[in-house]
Each structure stands twice: as structure tokens, then as C-alpha cells.
Design a protein around this ligand. Structure first.
Ligand SMILES: Cc1ncc(COP(=O)(O)O)c(C=O)c1O
Length: 366
């Protein structure tokens, strides 16, 4: 059997029966847009993260975009963002007319280097988008302190870290705004696109809620320039079902992470991920640093082991940012050439992990 990179097929088998019953309910009330399940989900998600407010959205990208719009970030402003992330983290900054300022990441956790932020803050800086990559967060205590000093906002891009913790606090509730994604492969994923915004600030909540529906304050009355960025009711149903098994899955992920590391630890040419002090990781993507990365990638593919590279090109090298002066970001440059992500999920088996470890060993000994 082919190894499932994110374990989605096995998860589907567990929830399929219940889901069908829930879909039957939907076909009775027929409220496909902003149905009762959306409110129920928002309440549960807010409680899960300890946030006062949650607004579900059409995607993680739209969650970030609405957040920036709600803070009034626009042409002439600058927003700090790590140089190693998915395009959405920086694309939204450009989309509102502002300028992304790319900062290097740390080799230890692949997240923004908190020590480099201060130097890049200017009069134009309005916010920091700190990404919690691969399942664990950067140090939000440090980031929030800097932001407070310079009176700028902090947005957590928690697309890959839903349910992770930093200093005992839940990801999505670590800063002014937390944005997550429910893309199918995420730790909490739906069956299409989806996302959510979290905040404890009433003003931000009210603004984002309006912006999600074209800036509407009352039916056919529009106060703000908004978007159509709502989550579908059908996706809320999927997420409510998956939320029921999430804590169990997080525990399984933790156990599998320890086993995986045991199987991989004696391979000389790779470096394994480490959970940082004061963090708990959800290990959304199991990423290692590997010598001869591209050759290893091709070798594992040939052996029928699915692998991925998140991300082979740093953000500042993307064409859409070609006009932005490039800061030196040696660590993200190096990582983009050396990192490779291996199959990992709550449902990966010991046999599969051993097979992967054996094939990597075979590659380096050939
Ligand atoms: C770090 C990061 N930010 C933002 C996003 C965007 O989320 P979505 O695909 O739901 O728009 C993703 C999704 O892959 C992501 O990994």
C-alpha cells in the first residue's frame, strides 16, 4: 500500500458514517451559507483556542487578507514577514498595497528570527506577520514585546499550527490576531478551502465580520469595502466532526514523532526537527535538513515514498517581489536547498516509519 503523506484517507474512514448523518441534517435545513453549523463551529473554535472571538473564512489566505484590511494596512506601509513560508503569508501584504520586509529564519525551528526583527522596524512598519511553520510557533512573548515597544500589530499565521502551544497558550491566541487554514492537509482540515480569524479585540472582530460579507452592516447596507470570504456550511460540518477527534490525533502525532525520531536518529547525513523550549508542536509537517537533498527526493519518490519540499524557493526570490530590495537571509536560503518533508500524520504506522528510515539509510550508504 502506498504511504499516505498526510493520513487523510485513514481519517476519512473514521468520520464518514457520522458525517453522512450530519449532511442529512443540512439537506433538511438547506442553509448552505452561514447556516447554524457556522456559529456552532465558531463558538467551539474560540473555546478551543481560548480566544474571545472567531470568524470563519473562505480560506487561510482570506483570513490573513481580511486581518490586514481590518487593521487599515495599505499603500506606503511595511509589514515584517519571515522569508521561508508559503506564498500566502507575504502575498496578502502586497495585495493591500503594502511592502513585505523579509526577515531570516532560525535553523532550529524554521521560524522567524525574533532577534532580527527590531533592526528592520521603520516608521512605516505597521505589523509583523509571524508564521508558525511546520507545527510549532516562534517565541510570541519576544515578538509581542517588540511590537508593543514600537506600537505595531502582530498577526500569527497559524495555518500550520492549529492546536500548538507557546508558553502554555494556544496558537491562534498568541497575538492581536491569529489566522489559520482548514485546507484539507492541515492538522484540522475540511474538504475544500477554509480558514478562520481569532482575536480578543471586539473592534477587530466586528470589522472582520463585516468585511467577510462585502463590508455589510445590515442587509444591502455596506459600510466598508469588503470581500465575499465566508466559509461554507458544509465545510463547518466537516470541521465540527474532525474537532471531536482532534485532541486524540494530536496525542498520536506526539507519540509518532518520538518513534520517528528514534528510527531516524542514527542516520548521519540528516538533521531532525526539535521542539523548542516552551513550545508544544502539532508536527503538521515533518521536515528534516538533508545532505544531497534533491538526490534523496528523487530516490524516495522512486521507492514510492511520497515526499515534498516546503519550500524550494524563498519568498524574496519570487517574481512578484522582484522589485523589493533583498535583505540578506542566509539561513532561509540554505534551508530552501536542504529541507525535505517526509510523510507524517496521526495514522502513520511503525512499519511505514521504519520503511522510510531504512530507505533513507540505503540512500546514504549507496
Ligand atoms: C503558512 C501558510 N500560510 C497561509 C496559508 C494559506 O492558507 P489557504 O491555503 O487556506 O489559503 C497556508 C496554506 O497552505 C500556509 O501553509
Amino acid at each position: 500500500m502506498k504511504i499516505d503523506f498526510f493520513g487523510i484517507a485513514k481519517q476519512n474512514q473514521l468520520i464518514k458514517k457520522n458525517l453522512k448523518k450530519k449532511f442529512d441534517k443540512l439537506f433538511k435545513h438547506n442553509q448552505y451559507i452561514l447556516g447554524p453549523e457556522i456559529q456552532a463551529l465558531e463558538k467551539k473554535l474560540a473555546k478551543f483556542t481560548g480566544s474571545k472571538y472567531c470568524i470563519t473564512t473562505s480560506s487561510g489566505t482570506d483570513a490573513l487578507l481580511l486581518s490586514l484590511i481590518s487593521l487599515g494596512i495599505t499603500v506606503g506601509d511595511e509589514v515584517i514577514v519571515p522569508n521561508l513560508s508559503y506564498i500566502a503569508s507575504a502575498e496578502v501584504i502586497k495585495r493591500v498595497g503594502a511592502k513585505p520586509i523579509f526577515i531570516d529564519v532560525k535553523r532550529t525551528d524554521f521560524n522567524i528570527n525574533e532577534e532580527l526583527i527590531k533592526k528592520k522596524i521603520s516608521k512605516k512598519t505597521k505589523a509583523i506577520i509571524a508564521v508558525s511553520l511546520f507545527g510549532q510557533t516562534p517565541d510570541f512573548r519576544k515578538i509581542n514585546l517588540i511590537a508593543k515597544k514600537y506600537k505595531i500589530y502582530v498577526i500569527e499565521d497559524a495555518a500550520q499550527s492549529f492546536a500548538a502551544k507557546n508558553h502554555g497558550k494556544m496558537s491562534c491566541n498568541l497575538s492581536d490576531i491569529g489566522c489559520t487554514s482548514f485546507f484539507p492537509t492541515k492538522v484540522l482540515g475540511c474538504y475544500g478551502d477554509g480558514g478562520a480569524i481569532f482575536t480578543n479585540k471586539k473592534k477587530i472582530y466586528e470589522k472582520c465580520k463585516k468585511l467577510r460579507v462585502h463590508g455589510q452592516s445590515k442587509k444591502y447596507v455596506y459600510d466598508l469595502e469588503g470581500l465575499n470570504a465566508k466559509l461554507d456550511t458544509i465545510q463547518a460540518i466537516v470541521l465540527l466532526e474532525k474537532l471531536k477527534i482532534l485532541n486524540k490525533e494530536i496525542k498520536l502525532r506526539g507519540k509518532n514523532f518520538i518513534k520517528y525520531k528514534k528510527f531516524l536518529k542514527n542516520i548521519k547525513h540528516i538533521e531532525l526537527p526539535e521542539v523548542q523550549k516552551n513550545n508544544s508542536s502539532v508536527f503538521s509537517i515533518f521536515t528534516i535538513i538533508a545532505k544531497k537533498r534533491d538526490m534523496l527526493f528523487n530516490f524516495l519518490k522512486k521507492k514510492n515514498i511520497p515526499v515534498a519540499i516546503y519550500y524550494p524557493r524563498t519568498l524574496n526570490k519570487q517574481k512578484i517581489f522582484s522589485k523589493i530590495k533583498k535583505n540578506e537571509c542566509p539561513v532561509s536560503e540554505e534551508l530552501s536547498k536542504k529541507i525535505i518533508s517526509l510523510p507524517f500524520s496521526a495514522y502513520i504506522t511503525e512499519k511505514e516509519m521504519k520503511k522510510i528510515a531504512n530507505e533513507i539509510t540505503n540512500f546514504y550508504s549507496s
